[in-house]
Design a protein around this ligand. Structure first.
Ligand SMILES: *[C@@H]1O[C@H](CO)[C@@H](O)[C@H](O)[C@H]1NC(C)=O
Ligand SMILES: *[C@@H]1O[C@H](CO)[C@@H](O)[C@H](O)[C@H]1NC(C)=O
Ligand SMILES: *[C@@H]1O[C@H](CO)[C@@H](O)[C@H](O)[C@H]1NC(C)=O
Length: 379
């Protein structure tokens, strides 16, 4: 009784403290944390009064998000005709109809680089890309090729924050006859990308691919790094992925066999995709490129061949895969002809797993040294 009175008496003071606390919290909110965006997996549901069947009718009905156009809220077990619509994570996902979009405001640190990871699946095999905007810039992610047997793939997209508050918009630019034929999307996460540093004894940065997009700790299908324009920021910076529509797969040691460290890249798109990094070189000087070629332990068996190019040199490295993990080292010695040299890796064949999905050789731990300085080091 006496205690309660005391509490009531001190309430104004507590309220003031709370207010000050809130003000501080608001100021420090700029540092977004790595992981799921607020309601990024759509598990917080819209109110039934703001839905008509699966269609979301209220603009602000899905907590933390704003929608426009024909947006559906899909629960696991939901069917379209005879087809069961799978949900990759949790119990709910969202479907974007023709020209529909969903958006969220993000508070970032201006000038920093970030990568967004999310999952998407096509439903009627019609939508072939998603338009991603981080104001003021946008880009397109092809979702044409499916790399998993479930139909769900995770994608990554990187950007530099031009402002501290930005709008993140996912838009389906598709115009299909059936409005309900758009892609399903789920599980949006963000990661701050640290600028890759040069490590001692390696002219390549991020040679072990340890810096890359967010991978959900419990998703077992890796994250695709889609092709990009050469001036776009890469989630695997400074490595860029060149292709028209095909991706490479970023994989983690928790779910795959990785030659070194915690991450590696699986070249899943055959000759259609090149992964490259440009380095400063001295014309006339000799260099030695070394790298690991192996398999991800994901059942991708057969002859997996990677071709590496640098300047006028090239080498083919074939690894005989049982699909259970393992690797060998490849070596390319070349003489630079220019001040900038591109180091390029390409898989030389299309390989599929027994379930029919695309797979390929794993590349990891790439290093480049100047042979002259290397010899001096050995002496
Ligand atoms: C729900 O959608 C159906 C089909 O489009 C429509 O006929 C009906 O009027 C809608 N109901 C409400 C309450 O808007
Ligand atoms: C992954 O873990 C998170 C957090 O523990 C959980 O909410 C989510 O349902 C899990 N997802 C999957 C695919 O198991
Ligand atoms: C992508 O979205 C942005 C912003 O919503 C828009 O300005 C742009 O025109 C869109 N691009 C396509 C191809 O729809």
């Amino acid at each position: 009784m006496g205690r309660k009175t005391e509490m009531i008496q001190t309430t104004p003071c507590v309220a003031l403290l709370l207010l000050v606390g809130v003000a501080f919290a608001a100021r420090s909110a700029s540092a977004i944390t790595d992981g799921l965006l607020p309601n990024g997996n759509f598990e917080e549901a819209p109110d039934k009064s703001q839905m008509n069947g699966t269609r979301v009718t209220g603009r602000y009905a899905i907590p933390q998000w704003e929608i426009s156009g024909f947006v559906e809220y899909i629960g696991s077990g939901q069917k379209q005709g005879d087809m069961l619509l799978p949900v990759p994570e949790g119990a709910y996902a969202v479907r974007l109809g023709n020209e529909a979009s969903i958006q969220q405001r993000l508070t970032l640190t201006r000038g920093m680089h970030y990568s967004i990871t999310f999952s998407a699946a096509r439903t009627c095999a019609q939508s072939e890309l998603l338009n991603i905007t981080i104001t003021p810039e946008s880009g397109e992610i092809p979702i044409q090729t499916v790399y998993t047997s479930s139909g769900w793939d995770s994608y990554s997209w990187a950007f530099k924050a031009k402002h501290s508050v930005v709008l993140f918009i996912v838009h389906n630019p598709g115009v299909s006859d059936d409005e309900a034929c758009g892609p399903l999307i789920d599980s949006f996460a963000i990661k701050t990308l640290n600028p890759p540093q040069r490590t001692k004894g390696n002219m390549l940065k991020n040679g072990g691919f340890e810096e890359g997009p967010y991978i959900f700790p419990n998703t077992s299908w890796g994250v695709l790094v889609p092709p990009m324009d050469e001036d776009d920021y890469s989630p695997l910076s400074p490595w860029t992925i060149l292709s028209t529509t095909k991706s490479v797969k970023y994989i983690d040691a928790a779910h795959y066999a990785v030659p070194g460290g915690a991450r590696a890249v699986e070249l899943v798109s055959g000759m259609e995709t090149a992964m490259l990094q440009e380095v400063s070189t001295v014309p006339g000087r000799s260099y030695r490129l070394e790298f690991s070629v192996g398999d991800a332990g994901d059942g991708c068996s057969g002859s997996l061949t990677v071709q590496a190019y640098a300047s006028r040199g090239s080498v083919k490295v074939t690894y005989q895969s049982q699909g259970t993990g393992g690797y060998k080292r490849g070596l390319l010695e070349f003489t630079a002809t220019e001040k900038r040299t591109r180091v390029v890796f390409v898989s030389m064949a299309y390989t599929t797993k027994s379930d029919g999905t695309l797979c390929g050789p794993v590349i990891d731990d790439a290093s480049l040294v100047s042979v002259r300085s290397h010899r001096r080091f050995l002496l």
